[in-house]
Design a protein around this ligand. Sequence first.
Ligand code: ADP
Length: 352
Amino acid sequence: GNFVPPIRTNGANTGNMTSRIAGKGDDSIDDSTKRCMEMLCGPDGELPEKLRNLEPRLIEHVSNEIMDQDPHVRWDDIAGLEHAKKCVTEMVIWPLLRPDIFKGCRSPGRGLLLFGPPGTGKTMIGKAIAGEAKATFFYISASSLTSKWIGEGEKLVRALFGVASCRQPAVIFVDEIDSLLSQRKSEGEHESSRRLKTQFLIEMEGFDSGSEQILLIGATNRPQELDEAARRRLTKRLYIPLPSSEARAWIIRNLLEKDALFKLSKEETDTICRLTEGYSGSDMKNLVKDASMGPLRVALRQGIEITKLRKEDMRPVTLQDFENALQEVRPSVSPNELSTYEEWNRQFGSLS
Ligand code: ADP
């Protein structure tokens, strides 16, 4: 009765299943990997065809690190970008919600490119699409495929698309897609990165032709690096510009109101917006963070100890706090860069 088997036997079915997948014994797969594989099995308890020849540890990595069941971003969290929101709703959200209507000549493109300066909300849009369309979100940075997953990038790409096809509808967001689908460097291009790129294009081709509910979103700050093959597959290409003055005002108010710190007048807010021309959404967030430290710094200068400090001891955030913060937080995008995006948008962007 006290006999303890030398090999773990919990989850007997999974043991068989994973052995078949990995071609290895049950003992090579730990419990968390097993749980992950079990969740991907169909109603018959079998692992879908696409995942059978993939390494369980890669499937687990995709499920735990790349997949996000509920990314918690909605349209209302994103300032401005009305044009992009409208295009994206029509082009990708409705088709994901109503695949029965969007077929035949209404069938949607499966690839969307979001390009523009860093920190303007491209990732937020990707998450909001998944949130609004009730889709599973997968986020991967293309540069990590070449830097962190040296030699294994291809396998990880297969695992990514394989898991996504089991989790439909799905949105796969590939950040810095230029580092994966850049213009062929013929001679100089490393053999492994060429293979990775080919694998990626094959996977995209696979779901493009089928009835799969998968959307690929590529994001880049360097659209000019993308080659023709990439442009062909990313049929809709939306410019995500720096936030307008109204959008900057919205970000300030929204962030400060969350902590009940917003007491600025309309004139003061307008002044801050004038002073932040050229700031990205992410720069604005950093600016608000820095400005919101102002009241705290003043209270501490007055000799109140941090451990004894009460919320009532601090005044609201003022225009002066923003003026001080503007000395610290500078815009991260240079005006020259903007003209490159605008030019590329004129040439390749989708204007509607
Ligand atoms: P990108 O993917 O374009 O580099 P992100 O979507 O990652 O930029 O944005 C980084 C951060 O900047 C976000 O988490 C958010 O706090 C802020 N931000 C950027 N753009 C916006 C926006 N349009 N509305 C609200 N916040 C924004």
